[in-house]
Design a protein around this ligand. Sequence first.
Ligand code: FES
Ligand SMILES: [Fe+2]
Length: 366
Amino acid sequence: MQAATHARQTAQGATAPGYDLRQIDCDPNFWYPVAWSAKVRPGKAFAARYAGQPIALIRPEHGPVYALEDRCAHRQVPLSKGVVDEAGCIKCCYHGWAFDRRGQCVTVPYLNREDVGRPVRGYPCRERGGLVFIFPGDPALAETVPLPDVAQVGNPEFKTRQFSPRLKCHYTFMHENLMDMNHQFLHRRQMGSITARFLGQDAGENFMEARYSFARKGGNQPLAEALIFGRHHDLEGREQPVEEVVSVRTTYPYQTLKIHDKDGDLVMDLWACYLPLGETQQVTQAFGLLSVKKPKWAFLLDMAWPVLGIFTHRIFEEDREIVEMEQKAWRELGGDHNIEVFPVVRKLRTLLATHGVPNPHATPQG
Ligand code: FES
Ligand SMILES: [Fe+2]
């Protein structure tokens, strides 16, 4: 009996194409953000990481940023510890070998020769919306894959906040957490008692979207929420219908959450990408941009900005604790034995599993 139950649970946790989802790596043939542009200062190098691969981001005094494997071809020390020279090359901190933006070794200074140093790997690199993106997969495909649109960065009608927390969990837990709006119970202390109503979904080859509205069953509307949505009427204890529509979409490998008000106007736009840091992809750096529509009196939003920051941070910290606990349980139990009943999440898991790549250590499930 126990074995049968276990088999059923495993089947429910399982996803196409027959691997445990937490052993599915991100598909590297996409653009991934690895740093905020402002952190890569002119004339400096910056150490980033993608799925266990160390990456040096280098911004010459003049010219665009570029990305190289962060290991010198000589003794494998990080190039990001080096110096950016006048030609825009990165000079290793140890013996001063210099590498250009393609990763070619252009100088071995003490030999006075140009043809002895091996090259290092270069990554296609671009900037958008205050983020530095690299293409960790096949460089030949980089030109064919578009950079994502990131929230409402640059739109003067919106004010945008950046955040980049690090989480001890597989990136797939993050997609599930945001997509599954049925967990508002977790946020009851921040949001009061609200319930999500599932309105419908859409799916395509590389995306799926779920739409929700919310109803407040008790407690007061938080101030920060009122600033985004406008104040909701107090119906004296009766359930308050909220007419905003929240659309959560995973467009592989990115995720967005958009809120439209009752007139159909966009009032909040969140974009996120969950960058795998470690080789087993169980540590994630989230890069997020949260754009909020400016009210008629824009200074009100400026004044409320810190409050909004604290509010979203508190909610995020509740989510962080949960996804990290899920990962911990996965590790202790040696896999996903959880029961998933919500069709949206089951569909999301299939999307993530079919677009990702099994980890080299993944074992197919029987
Ligand atoms: S280790 Fe980089 S130049 Fe020697
Ligand atoms: Fe949440």
